[in-house]
Design a protein around this ligand. Structure first.
Ligand code: TYD
Length: 134
């Protein structure tokens, strides 16, 4: 099973440029309850290093590029996000790390729920224990 689930968004382009429209439960496979974005990431830094118990997310690199490592406790796979018409599905119980942010990177994330620290698993050993129960 691939850990990298990329959603290709339709681009409504014409002579004026490109337009991408994202609808909940259609292009995005859940009800969107939160949007956040990451930018100005210091060079050489990595972020993420957690999994979510329930939350589903789609990450879209609107500008620039960054790399994701996706990990289900059995294996890891990497992907580069570098296009605003592609979304990476981050499912529940997928450990993820992001790094190699380009200087101009703007990474937008659509999430299925509001922020809840109790939904985070931030300890990798704890993640491996929890994944065995799934
Ligand atoms: P964190 O999830 O650690 O960021 P990353 O996964 O990119 O490393 O979040 C950084 C901080 O921002 C942390 O204190 C929690 C807070 N935060 C919110 O308050 N709301 C949010 O929607 C998110 C994603 C983070």
């Amino acid at each position: 099973m691939s850990l990298i689930n990329i959603i290709d968004f339709p681009v409504l382009g014409d002579g004026r440029g490109a337009l991408v429209a994202l609808e909940a439960n259609h292009h995005i496979p859940f009800e969107i309850k939160r949007v956040y974005y990451i930018y100005g990431t210091a060079q050489g830094l990595a972020r993420g290093f957690h999994a979510h118990k329930e939350l589903k997310q789609v990450a879209i690199c609107l500008k620039g590029s960054c790399r994701f490592v996706m990990d289900d406790g059995k294996g890891k796979q990497e992907v580069i996000l570098a296009s605003p018409d592609k979304g990476l599905l981050i499912d529940a119980m997928q450990w993820h790390e992001m790094y190699d942010f380009s200087e101009n990177c703007v990474l937008m994330v659509l999430a299925s729920d509001i922020y809840d620290e109790d939904d985070y698993i931030r300890d990798y050993q704890n993640f491996l224990q929890e994944i065995k129960k799934c």
